[in-house]
Design a protein. Sequence first.
Length: 373
Amino acid sequence: MSATRRLVILGATGTVGIQTLRILEQTDSPLQIVALSAHDRGEELISLSQPLKGAHTFLTSDPEQNARLLAFLRSGDYEVCLNAVVGAAGLPYSEAVLTAGRDLALANKESLVLAGELLTRLARATGAEILPVDSEHAAIHQCLLGADPTAVRRLYLTASGGALRDLPLNQLAEVMPERALDHPNWDMGPRITVDSATMMNKALEVIEACHLFHMPAEQVSVLVHRQSVIHSMVEFVDGSMLAQMGPPDMAFPILYALHYPERRPAPLQGFDPQLFASLTLTEPDPQRYPALALGFDAARRGGVAGAVLNAADEVAVAAFLEGDLRFPEITDLCASVLRSIPENMPADTMDDILAADFWAREQAHEALSALQA
């Protein structure tokens, strides 16, 4: 990049935000961080901003600061924004960035799960790029560079299988939160780590992929890849396969998204003979991962289904982490809420999506109360 690009990092005190700051310190990046946000970790936010001369800081738990952040994002006084906010709370920021016509490096998969059709339409209208930071979607993005979209036969999302992939099925009901949070490959936040164990994260990624790459659910598959080296693959109509591979380190997709279309030198080791020595791919067991089918169902249904599934999962995972829900009941609760969507619930505007999100949370809390009765 010939000129400095101004960068905003949303969710700077979270796992992805911290990784981003760390890897940018280690590289000769032309990015200039001009703003950071956090939800309520004020002291951590101040500490992170101190080395950054003149960077704005926003604590989004404060309504006034949150409003200022949204106004700043809509102003477009930056070139790229990394949205690493967790959950549905990240959607308004994604909309604000794309409205300003700025590039969105998206680690908040929920934005596309909730409102993928609206956001991709907005990006086309303003000329903004949506650059995925999820390792799987970043992999597919790279495999599709320069490809004719009509030449794509199938997308393959890979999944590690999560922390409970080897646990006997009859023991899943007794799993405690600390066991589900012990991921074998990745260092992630609590919700996504639990979602990896249920494979709800992959269910949501199916929805995300359909929107991001304009692909029907029928042309998306999920494979269990225990080593997390093959980050995803694309199959073309002639049977050729392209895969993007590398160590399981979020620094790779972060660097790719923030500096696209260039690749920046970085102190990251790619190939390691031992890491690449044995790579396996298997079909996911539907009995172990019933949540995966919910993602395909929601992707096919469209409308508010993604928003409803995500909201139900946020409530269910929070309840599991608090000890109020058993592990298999996470998926059961999500399935019951997804089944209860009223016919013709509108999904034409962001307000419609947010209303569906609110409705689904109420339904999930009611279902949770019924389970606890």
